[in-house]
Design a protein. Structure first.
Length: 253
């Protein structure tokens, strides 16, 4: 069974002259890592807001694990572009938020889970620090750990590395793939960076037109244990140029 189903979903923002999504259907299988690739403003983030329930479709159905998301709770974790760590809370108390909301755990149990989550992302010893004491990459790792603590198998990551410098972004991409491979989670990752999509994805879901009526599924012909050197393979270079051409066409039109 697929973990996520869009079934003829249509959505239009109030006052807009046309739909953002029009009868969009696609599926995501458990354990996949898909990058959602498209130009800025094409509607990628709208898809995420519909999945996490911040927006409701005008028509069609969205299902997670075979169930309509209406009325479901804690079925996905969402990480936006900014880390949104509360500056008045310590890093540990920021990570504790999803556990506090879920309830049913003692303070000691929450702190132990937070310690384990921080250790898993290489932030041992940061539990009592304030977010301002962390670098940009460390803050993003803390935000990812908080997303993991939602307990959801479906994670939505909305351009989480876009504000980082180039070298930090590369390090975070490599780190994220390692985290995903060890977690068994399903990840949807929004980007407009073609190279980022090629490095991270098992398949790329490309927005080719607006309103969004379909997502073109492009398999990435790389092994799971890939390295950045694999991006220079001839078939990957050719695919990168084809994807860039498709995105440029959208900008021009």
């Amino acid at each position: 069974m697929s973990i996520l189903d869009f079934d003829h979903v249509t959505f239009r923002y109030p006052g807009d002259p046309q739909d953002t999504l029009e009868h969009l259907s696609f599926q995501v299988q458990p354990g996949a890592f898909h990058c959602l690739l498209g130009v800025s403003g094409c509607g990628k983030s709208t898809i995420f807001r519909l999945i996490n329930g911040l927006l409701r479709p005008d028509a069609g159905e969205i299902r997670v694990g075979g169930e309509n998301i209406t009325g479901l709770r804690q079925y996905c974790g969402y990480m936006p572009q900014k880390d949104l760590l509360f500056p008045w809370r310590s890093v540990g108390r920021n990570l504790a938020l999803p556990l506090e909301i879920r309830g049913g755990l003692s303070g000691t149990e929450i702190r132990n889970r937070v310690r384990e989550a921080l250790a898993s992302v290489g932030l041992e010893g940061c539990i009592d620090k304030k977010p301002e004491e962390l670098s940009g990459g460390m803050r993003q790792r803390a935000a990812f750990a908080r997303t993991m603590l939602t307990g959801s198998n479906l994670l939505l990551l909305d351009e989480p590395f876009s504000a980082l410098d180039y070298l930090t972004r590369i390090d975070m991409q490599e780190w994220l793939r390692a985290q995903w491979q060890g977690s068994g989670k399903t990840i949807l990752f929004i980007t407009h960076d073609v190279e980022e999509a090629l490095y991270l994805s098992s398949d790329i879901l490309v927005v080719t037109d607006t309103p969004i009526r379909e997502l073109s599924r492009i398999p990435v012909p790389l092994p799971g244990s890939r390295t950045r050197r694999d991006l220079s393979r001839p078939e990957i270079v050719e695919l990168r140029e084809a994807l860039l051409a498709a995105l440029r066409k959208q900008v021009i039109t």
